[in-house]
Design a protein. Structure first.
Length: 543
């Protein structure tokens, strides 16, 4: 009998999967009876419990607000009609909230300016503010986000890795919420990044600005003058009365400078606005995630620190994890948004990102990391009937963090330099194509058949621009001239489309000797290494 039941479940699941390929809306409808909590599991969870008490008028308000709900994905006419009605009617309503046997007066509204995926069966996400300046779990304002909205983006895993890497993340706590007399429902208690909450973080003095369609007030595709005016008006609001006039001036000036930099695509100056190690950690985490989701205009969060005048991006529930399918597109994923493109095109930031990634990968036991991820995933896969069924018949997909890390490691280690050697009247030249995103350098450079050198001068040019980028000389040197290349690295850059820009370098050597060159030829013995992996990548001899 048990075997027949399992076979029946498998048939149902396979049927559902086949319909999924045809129509997502149909899939949501057909699976909705299964996309609900297993109450026997949820009731055993040691999590905070809240109760919302909504009167009939408020309940009807939310019913009307979502009566024509349509998913955002296809941007249909019906979706925009729903969205127009939603924005016009999503107003604060009075209600009560009970927590730890105490009743609180609250204002409540639907959460989200574009609330796609913030509806689960007849439950929706809420924004809540407590009246009379009271606090719950240290917060006066917070969001209650439906469980599936956070779970489906794998944020529990994402935030765990962010914590390990030292990246700031928006905190969410799993809670059980009862609305009137309905069965309890899993939600995430999401802390808002306001003044009180940001006090918990270092560096101190973090201040977050935002508007409805731009969560960071940084330049994406805005009119620069209008954006500056909006920043000025935002700082005049009551919410920022705690700031001194000189602090408001500092905030405004720094926003103006970074936004002008972004508007001009001036990636060479972008590092002035960020702590190098911190922003490199954020970008390293984004690289592991395989996507730039969360760096969009509507959801990017980057408070400004009055302490060091830097911006500190937070990761949050809209940050997703996707598989890296093609290692050649690891950087291409960063193309779409001005800020993340500028950050990754800045060589100092990008190379520091590679260093942090490789250090994290080298120190991480991937088996232990996979086990940690599996434990988080298994916990969440057993809370819903739909997830439980997929888990037990092997249809759940592994979160691809470890596979992504393995591909990133290969990407960083991949260096295939090409050298061309030629003798010149005064010495010799080498044309070097790094073929490496990571910096490479000479680990050994010997002129085997020279008895003694009075002077050797090295000048390095970029072939395409003839721009001189390096010059150095050695006097009274032996045949090993490796110190001539101290602090000299070679690497590929990134184009505006985030594809590889394979720089070509000309290394011009001029030599003065106190003895003749044997056979009128120079015998050069060269080794090169990848500076991040510290692995030898080339050993070659020219004579």
């Amino acid at each position: 009998m048990v075997k027949k039941i399992k076979i029946f479940i498998v048939i149902i699941c396979l049927s559902i999967i086949s319909f999924t390929l045809l129509d997502r809306n149909f899939f949501i409808v057909i699976t909705s009876p299964f996309r609900k909590e297993i109450q026997s599991k949820v009731s055993k969870l040691n999590i905070p419990k809240l109760k919302l008490v909504l009167n009939d008028e408020v309940c009807e308000h939310f019913n009307q607000l979502y009566k024509d709900y349509v998913l955002e994905e296809n941007h249909t006419k019906e979706y925009f009609e729903f969205l127009k009605y939603y924005k016009e009617h999503n107003l604060w309503k009075s209600a009560s909230l009970i927590f730890e046997d105490k009743s609180y007066a609250i204002k409540i509204k639907s959460h989200g300016k574009t609330p796609s995926n913030h509806k689960e069966r007849d439950f929706i996400s809420f924004s809540i503010k407590l009246e009379n300046n009271e606090l719950i779990r240290g917060a006066n304002r917070f969001n209650l986000i439906i469980y599936w909205r956070v779970k489906e983006f794998d944020y529990p895993v994402y935030s765990s890795i962010a914590k390990d890497m030292g990246v700031l993340y928006q905190k969410t706590d799993l809670v059980s919420v009862t609305i009137n007399n309905k069965p309890s429902k899993l939600y995430y208690f999401e802390y808002r990044l306001n003044k009180d909450y940001l006090k918990e973080y270092k560096p101190t003095g973090l201040v977050a600005l935002k508007r409805k369609d731009n969560k960071s007030m940084l330049f994406f595709d805005d009119d620069l003058d209008s954006l500056s005016t909006e920043i000025e008006m935002e700082l005049m609001g009551e919410e920022y009365n705690f700031l001194k006039p000189i602090e408001k001036e500092s905030i405004y000036n720094n926003f103006s400078l970074i936004n002008e930099c972004l508007a001009k695509d001036d990636y060479n100056l972008i590092y002035h606005f960020f702590d190098l190690d911190y922003i490199a950690k954020v970008l390293a985490l984004k690289t592991i995630s395989g996507t730039n989701d969360g760096f969009e205009k509507c959801n990017f969060i980057a408070p400004f620190s009055l302490k060091d005048s830097n911006f500190y991006p937070f990761v949050h529930r809209d940050c997703m994890i996707k598989p890296i399918n093609d290692v050649d597109e690891i950087e291409f994923a960063n193309e779409h948004y001005k800020l993340i493109r500028a950050l990754n095109r800045n060589d100092s930031i990008r190379i520091r990102k590679y260093q942090i990634l490789y250090d994290y990968i080298s120190k991480t036991n991937l088996d232990s990391l996979q086990l940690k991820i599996d434990i988080i995933q298994k916990f969440h896969e057993t809370l819903y009937y739909s997830s439980w069924i997929k888990y037990h018949i092997g249809l759940n997909e592994k979160i691809p963090v470890v596979n992504n890390i393995k591909k990133i490691k290969g990407f960083i280690e991949s260096s295939n330099p090409k050298l061309k050697f030629k003798n010149t009247k005064q010495g010799f030249q080498i044309e070097l194509r790094p073929n490496s995103y990571s910096p490479i350098s000479f680990s050994s450079f010997k002129l085997e058949n020279l008895k003694a050198i009075d002077q050797i001068q090295l000048t390095v040019f970029e072939k395409n621009t003839s721009l001189e980028i390096f010059k150095n000389s050695l006097f009274k040197s032996g045949n090993d001239i490796i110190e001539l290349f101290e602090q000299l690295d070679f690497y590929c850059g990134l184009t505006d489309e985030m594809s590889k820009e394979n720089n070509i370098y000309i290394l011009d050597f001029k030599i003065k000797l106190n003895s003749d060159i044997l056979d009128n030829k120079i015998n050069v013995d060269i080794s090169m290494k990848n500076k991040i992996s510290n692995k030898e990548i080339l050993s070659v001899n020219y004579n």
